[in-house]
Design a protein around this ligand. Structure first.
Ligand SMILES: *[C@@H]1O[C@H](CO)[C@@H](O)[C@H](O)[C@H]1NC(C)=O
Length: 182
């Protein structure tokens, strides 16, 4: 993790202008196959949040909201980082992965205002049972995990390295879509 950050900090300023780099989009869908995700075990929340299971899995906004509420990980639309970490320790089986996800959620907490703006624009609820805030934070943290995938589960092919570099430099953290170049 630290190694990667150092790498990013050293190399980014050496790049030519962003337009040049970001105009050539590699196969960033490859990124999904580059990082072997850890197992997520939500079973602790099955009793409290069972009504939201879809085919036995937690994938809906309601599920995520329920799990975050059960963990006291959301206060209104804001993350409660201390409880995010506790929640992740329950869901993930390795501390190494917890650290990366915690860093991810911390980084994503800076996107709160953007998330609120996006939800408001679509007239979606910001808080309450099936608000999408928890899901949006989770997706954002998930994207962070792909970008800062721990070495032990990262496949070190050049395609993967390229896709990751591109994603970090040129894609929006929140949506995963290309950053518009002004
Ligand atoms: C929740 O947010 C409110 C208002 O921002 C704050 O006063 C309160 O201390 C927060 N509670 C927790 C548990 O963080």
């Amino acid at each position: 993790m630290l190694h990667l950050l150092t790498w990013v900090l050293i190399f980014i300023p050496a790049y030519p202008a962003a337009e040049d780099v970001c105009s050539q989009r590699p196969d960033v869908t490859a990124l999904k196959n580059c990082c072997k995700l850890p197992n997520l075990d939500f079973s602790t929340y099955n009793s409290k949040c069972s009504q939201y299971l879809v085919n036995g899995v937690h994938i809906s906004p309601c599920s995520f909201e329920c799990i975050f509420q059960a963990s006291k990980a959301l206060n209104g639309t804001s993350l409660v980082m201390e409880n995010i970490e506790k929640m992740l320790k329950v869901i993930l089986d390795s501390d190494k992965f917890v650290k990366v996800y915690v860093d991810g959620f911390r980084s994503c907490s800076t996107q709160e205002k953007v998330m609120i703006r996006n939800l408001k624009r679509r007239r979606m609820p910001l808080t309450g049972k099936c608000s999408s805030m928890a899901l949006m934070y989770a997706l954002c943290a998930h994207r962070y995990f792909y970008r800062f995938c721990p070495d032990s589960v990262w496949s070190k092919s050049s395609v993967c390295n390229e896709a990751r570099e591109y994603s970090i430099r040129c894609d929006d953290q929140l949506t995963g879509l290309p950053i518009k170049i002004k």
